[in-house]
Every structure is written in structure tokens, then in C-alpha cells.
Design a protein around this ligand. Structure first.
Ligand code: C5P
Ligand code: MG
Length: 286
């Protein structure tokens, strides 16, 4: 029914179930659909020409706004904690406090760097951040069909917004839940606002934003996109959910993690740097 689901990057544990979900959503109509997507390594590329692409945090970490000494410390944190993030031999319960440590320490370092709000656009422009191929169609299509897109990210909201603004796709149907910077009256970073969002507390983040899901209560059909098993709880705030189609990008440690991704996501995209499959799904639904 969707030819792209036969692409070599696509794996599904239960293709019949995927078909059922899609049919049920088509029947309900596109005005009942909402999309909830992670940002880093889901809407953005994991790698390009064999080189890793930056996350929101990495855009700052690698920028001219950070001293060389601080860069070394941030890199040490990445080298220590990223392998833990993708380690499938440890449980989420075991990883959770370590992820809190990572985010907390990184944010403490960033806050000491006198980062100016008016420099963010420049560092994003100078960065190697890349949205996945097909992003234009993805964002434009959702906008044209008035389908709400919630980008739910444990990255940095100010940086994320700048990436999509510079790409020309920050349309009015897009809403962002993320970690936002708090600037003083001179426009210098002094803290991060609100409750920290890390990769394993998106459920709590969702439940803090009941107002958003209340507004979308006429849209009980959800397309969820993520690259981490932590992203699966992003839709936990959706009210009276009828169907959910979960699309997962498996970018790294493919062999070790494949089974757990197949068990958790309806459609798994293996080392696929494009939005071709999500776009085909969304075209089918509209
Ligand atoms: O948008 P998303 O929720 O995917 O953002 C989280 C990602 O940010 C994690 O996958 C993690 O690897 C990355 N991260 C980072 N530097 C930090 C903390 C998290 O690159 N200090
Ligand atoms: Mg991600």
C-alpha cells in the first residue's frame, strides 16, 4: 500500500499490524492526526559523508562561544556518557541517573560561558547541523494539511528553533517542548528554564503539558518518530488515543539494538538518513 515500506532500510516485526494501524488512521481522516517527533538524530541527520552530525548541544559545544578549556570538558562528558546512552546491556533504570548527571553537568558548564542570546543564530549558521533529506516536504506537507507537529526534544529549545527557522520550516503548526535557556536582562545565559528534559523523562515532560494535549483532543491518531527508546513515551500525554504508529530511526549500534527497536517501534529505519518513509506515510494519511 505504501511502496516505500519495501525500501531496504525498513524493518517491521509485524507488517500486518502496521497495515491495520494505517488503514484505521486513513479511515478516521487526516483531521484526526497529530505528529509527535523527537529532534536530534530523528529530524536531524546522524551522519553525513561518514562524519557525525551535531546535536543541539554539540552545536554549542563546538562553537566559538565556548572556551577551549570548556570544550575539552564537554567532549569528555560526551565520550563518557554517549556510550552509556546507547548501551543496550544496561536497563533504562540504570541509565537514567547517569543521563541526569550528563545533562546537569553539561548545562552547568554552558551556564558559566556567558553565552549571548544574539550569537545563537550565528553559531547555528556556522554549524554542521543538517535536517534529514526530505525535511522540506515533511514540514510543508504537515503545514499545508494543518496537522500539528510537536517537536519534543531533550536538546536545547533555543538552538533547535534556530535550526528550523534558518531552514525556513518553523511553520505555525509546529510546537516545541524542550530545554529553554534563561537569559538575564543583558541577554546572557544564566540558567535553563523549568524542569530538565533528558532522554528518559519525556513522559513526565508530556504530563506537565496537559494543556497542549487538551487542545489536540480531537486528534487521537498519533504518528510518533524517535531514535531512542526514551522517545516512546513522548505521546503519554495524548488524550483518548485511538491509534499510534511508531517510527524509529536506528542509527548506531545497529546489530546490538535491532531486536529491542523492532519490539518497541512499528517501523524501524536502519541507517536511513532520510525522511522518505515518514513522508510516504504522511502522504498516505492525507
Ligand atoms: O532531541 P533529542 O531528545 O534527541 O536530544 C537528546 C540528544 O542530545 C541525546 O540523544 C544525546 O545524545 C544528546 N546530548 C548531547 N549533549 C548533551 C546531552 C545530550 O549531545 N550534553
Ligand atoms: Mg534523538
Amino acid at each position: 500500500m505504501i511502496p516505500e515500506l519495501s525500501n531496504p532500510s525498513v524493518c517491521m516485526k509485524d507488517p500486518e499490524r502496521v497495515k491495520e494501524i494505517l488503514e484505521s488512521m486513513v479511515k478516521a481522516g487526516s483531521n484526526t492526526v497529530q505528529v509527535i517527533s523527537d529532534f536530534d538524530m530523528t529530524l536531524t541527520r546522524f551522519a553525513h559523508n561518514g562524519k557525525r552530525c551535531p546535536t543541539c548541544h554539540n552545536i554549542l559545544d563546538n562553537s566559538m562561544l565556548i572556551t577551549e578549556e570548556c570544550k575539552v570538558k564537554l567532549k569528555d562528558l560526551l565520550n563518557k556518557y554517549y556510550p552509556i546512552e546507547i548501551d543496550c546491556t544496561r536497563s533504562i533504570a540504570e541509565k537514567l541517573p547517569l543521563m541526569v548527571e550528563w545533562w546537569t553537568q553539561a548545562h552547568e558548564l554552558l551556564v558559566k560561558q556567558d553565552i549571548r542570546k544574539d550569537k545563537l543564530a550565528i553559531v547555528v549558521r556556522q554549524s554542521e547541523a543538517m535536517l534529514r533529506e526530505g525535511y522540506q516536504l515533511f514540514f510543508d506537507h504537515l503545514h499545508e494539511h494543518s496537522i500539528p507537529l510537536l517537536i519534543f526534544s531533550a536538546g536545547i529549545g533555543d538552538v533547535l528553533e534556530e535550526v528550523i527557522r534558518q531552514a525556513g520550516v518553523f511553520h505555525p503548526n509546529v510546537k516545541v517542548f524542550s530545554n529553554y535557556m534563561d537569559f538575564d536582562e543583558c541577554g546572557v545565559l544564566k540558567a535553563f528554564k523549568g524542569v530538565l528534559i533528558h532522554i528518559y523523562n519525556k513522559r513526565e515532560g508530556a504530563l506537565l503539558n496537559t494543556g497542549h494535549f487538551q487542545e489536540l483532543r480531537t486528534r487521537p491518531n498519533v504518528v510518533l518518530m524517535g531514535d531512542s527508546l526514551g522517545d516512546l513515551t513522548m505521546a503519554d500525554g495524548v488524550q483518548d488515543m485511538e491509534n499510534i504508529l511508531k517510527i524509529g530511526f536506528l542509527n548506531d549500534k545497529v546489530e546490538e539494538r535491532k531486536q529491542s527497536y523492532l519490539d518497541a517501534y512499528d517501523i524501524v529505519l536502519i541507517k536511513d538518513e532520510t525522511l522518505v518513509v515518514p513522508n510516504a506515510v504522511l502522504l498516505y494519511l492525507t
